[in-house]
Design a protein around this ligand. Structure first.
Ligand SMILES: Cc1cc2nc3c(=O)[nH]c(=O)nc-3n(C[C@H](O)[C@H](O)[C@H](O)COP(=O)(O)O)c2cc1C
Length: 308
């Protein structure tokens, strides 16, 4: 069974990646499974300097999902390289750095730092975080700004695969996807969380101190699936799908509508073994679907015949 996928210069042994912010820096999940079996690990968003994130309550459960307003807390790129990267099995699985900059020059500097590391196979550029005051979603909602970030990263990324992570909070996600493709992106990933809120009627307070957070989990899966479907048809570079994926059938749904690979996100919180379990089930499902190569299944969704 050939489960492998190629995305730019990235070779993934299977299409299962872990979504940034839901799998720590990777090593925290090593007690739950063999990291080497994953197609790749996308680490928590990294900034030039360490960030403490937002204060107060930053996470709450919602029906079929969760809200988060972490605000990109992270230890900073230098500490990540010193303290986490050496312990990741980078020769056996693709390590992808997720980058967050407040402006173009920060993205450039971050890219230079990570692109010089042989342990890092690719860069995912977060222009879609809804929980920060500068950068984030502001880049992802403006096609010109998204193109500028993409060009700046690509210029400094050497041979590393550049994946631009798109926001669902736009009028037409295919327009942003086409724009970053033109600007040199090797792939796009989608979707990031959807701005949302939860309140408590007894205390009359928002459940998150930040008031607004990003919704993720199964609640957003149908939205994510449609966006991946739309984007996959409108660009020629690979699409990496995510949003509510919790089991191996969900993985194949995203591949069916055109995704090259997928990311497992919030599901890692309810079951820290889920990404490993999904990898183990890929071959079984592929056999049941009568395919020898996972890429043969990609984008093969049949359409209803019109006027019948
Ligand atoms: C607690 C939490 C932290 C996140 N942190 C990041 C981050 O640092 N960078 C990023 O690009 N996305 C981040 N995300 C978004 C996820 O990577 C993913 O796009 C989103 O949760 C949708 O996938 P899911 O429904 O499978 O969780 C975070 C999500 C959650 C729930």
């Amino acid at each position: 069974m050939d489960l492998s996928v190629k995305i730019g210069n990235l070779f993934l042994k299977n299409p299962i990646l872990t979504a940034s912010g839901t799998f720590g820096y990777g090593i925290e999940y090593s007690p739950f499974g063999d990291l080497k079996t994953l197609g790749g690990i996308i680490v928590k968003g990294l900034s030039l300097k360490p960030r403490t994130g937002n204060p107060g309550v930053r996470i709450c459960e919602t029906p079929c999902g969760m809200l988060n307003a972490i605000g990109l807390e992270n230890i900073g790129v230098e500490r990540f390289i010193r303290e986490k990267l050496p312990y990741l099995p980078w020769r056996d699985t693709a390590i992808i750095a997720n980058l967050y900059g407040e402006d173009i020059s920060e993205f450039e500097e971050l890219t230079k730092i990570v692109a010089s590391r042989e342990e890092i196979a690719g860069l995912e550029v977060n222009i879609s975080c809804p929980n920060v005051k500068k950068g984030g979603i502001l880049f992802g909602q403006d096609a010109k700004a998204a193109a500028k970030v993409c060009e700046a990263v690509k210029k400094n990324a050497k041979d590393k695969t550049v994946i631009i992570k798109l926001s669902p909070s736009v009028q037409d996600i295919t327009h942003i996807a086409k724009t970053v493709e033109k600007a040199g992106a090797d792939a796009v990933s989608l979707i990031n969380t959807i701005p949302a809120m939860a309140v408590d009627i007894y205390s009359r307070t928002p459940k998150l101190t930040n008031v607004i957070g990003g919704l993720s989990g199964p609640a957003i899966k149908p939205i994510a699936l449609k966006m991946v479907f739309d984007v996959a048809q409108s660009i020629d570079i690979p699409v990496i799908g995510m949003g509510g994926i919790s089991n191996v059938e969900d993985v194949f749904e995203f591949i069916l509508v055109g995704a090259h690979a997928v990311q497992i996100g919030s599901a890692n919180f309810t079951n820290p073994k889920v990404s490993f379990e999904i990898v183990n089930k890929l071959e079984d499902i592929a056999k049941r679907l009568n395919i020898n190569k996972i890429s043969d299944f990609r984008g093969t969704l049949k359409r209803p015949i019109k006027d019948q």
